[in-house]
Design a protein around this ligand. Sequence first.
Ligand code: M6P
Ligand code: ZN
Length: 191
Amino acid sequence: MQTVPPNSPLATVDWRDGSLLGPGVQQSEKTLGQLQAVFSDRSEFAAMDPSQVVYRVQWVPAEGANQEGGLLWGNTTIQPGRVGDEYFMTHGHFHLKRDRAEFYATVQGEGMLVLMDENRRGSYEPMKPGSLHYINGNVAHRVVNTGSSQLRFVACWPTDAGHDYGTIAEEGFSLRVLCRAGLATVVRSDR
Ligand code: M6P
Ligand code: ZN
């Protein structure tokens, strides 16, 4: 009988921090300067270094770009920090294909997953190591690092979901997470 050789796994996840290793792994980073539209305190923002990295993203495509029915796997690492009272956070997005859902799961650190539907109804979920978060389709999502160390989470989302950043850059989220008297506090932020 002939032996059957295995295929290689897509990549390796280091479960200590969620990072990915493998030939197909892609990465990007977002600097403070690229996040100008999202922080509310303009004068504090202007005094900070725009080249400072706020978060890094890794992802691995399992199928070709925009493949309907395909999935992507990735992770995000958000640095601790604030612009004035507002904690460092991801840009946040709706999916271009609005009905596409997503999973997030926290590996390290603490934070908040901030959600908003298309009627600007906001909600949020605390993130801590092990917390699993299901993001319904048609819901914008952003992660805020409320801790004093890196916040790292893994994510899985449909290949053809896409990112709609424009709506968030223009209209923002309806909730903001601020440091008030040393505590992470969620406030309304309607425009
Ligand atoms: C997660 C996923 C990615 C996303 C990243 C950073 O890893 O949701 O699709 O790009 O977080 O979030 P954003 O795109 O809002 O900057
Ligand atoms: Zn998403």
